[in-house]
Design a protein around this ligand. Structure first.
Ligand code: GDP
Length: 177
């Protein structure tokens, strides 16, 4: 008989950014395909697991770590970052201070975790709540300067680009070990 060789990959993915930017909502949208105006996980780190059939031979499990309620320090402990393989850094396009927060979060991330190669872990910038405002500014240069792989305008509410951003991150995490 023939047996296919199946690979099972587990990735720890951090979701970071200022309070209220939509981190929990993005996780809820991506993992449970849902949105709620008043969804709020318990205080502390919230976990969610999403399974993706990446290809016929590969199952990818994404373990999302949300920093629920710890944002005011704009930094997290090394324990939180440990062994993370990817990150979504979120800001709210209607709140410019959360955009500045995004680069602070990225700096904190890169100072506390990196790949075995020494490279920064794959990180994607999410300009969330795009349903509330017009076109976001071009963030290509910002991404280059802050070593993000790329950026997406997202809406957890209207289900815009959340799936795409997740797939983009997975594609890059699959390339580094
Ligand atoms: P967190 O503190 O970063 O986890 O943010 P939440 O996920 O709790 O979201 C904060 C508020 O923004 C909540 O009232 C959400 O319903 C709302 N929200 C989150 N994402 C979106 C979005 O894409 N569009 C809009 N209009 N509201 C959003």
């Amino acid at each position: 008989s023939y047996m296919s060789i199946c690979t099972d990959r587990l990735f720890k993915v951090l979701v970071i950014g200022d309070v209220g930017v939509g981190k929990s909502s993005i996780i809820l949208r991506y993992v449970k395909r849902d949105f709620s105006e008043n969804y709020k996980p318990s205080i502390g780190v919230d976990f969610a697991l999403k399974t993706v059939e990446w290809d016929p031979n590969t199952v990818v499990r994404l373990q999302f770590w949300d920093i629920a309620g710890q944002e005011r320090f704009k930094k997290m402990s090394r324990v939180f970052y440990k062994a993370a393989m990817g990150a979504l850094v979120v800001f709210d396009i209607t709140d410019s201070s959360s955009f500045e927060g995004a680069s602070e979060w990225k700096r904190d991330l890169d100072s506390k975790v990196c790949l075995n190669s020494g490279c920064p872990i794959p990180a994607v910038l999410l300009a969330n709540k795009c349903d509330l405002a017009g076109q976001a500014r071009d963030l290509d240069k910002f991404c280059k300067d802050n070593s993000f792989l790329g950026w997406f305008e997202t809406s957890a509410k209207d289900n815009i680009n959340v799936e795409e951003a997740g797939a983009f991150l997975v594609k890059h995490m699959m390339r580094c070990d």
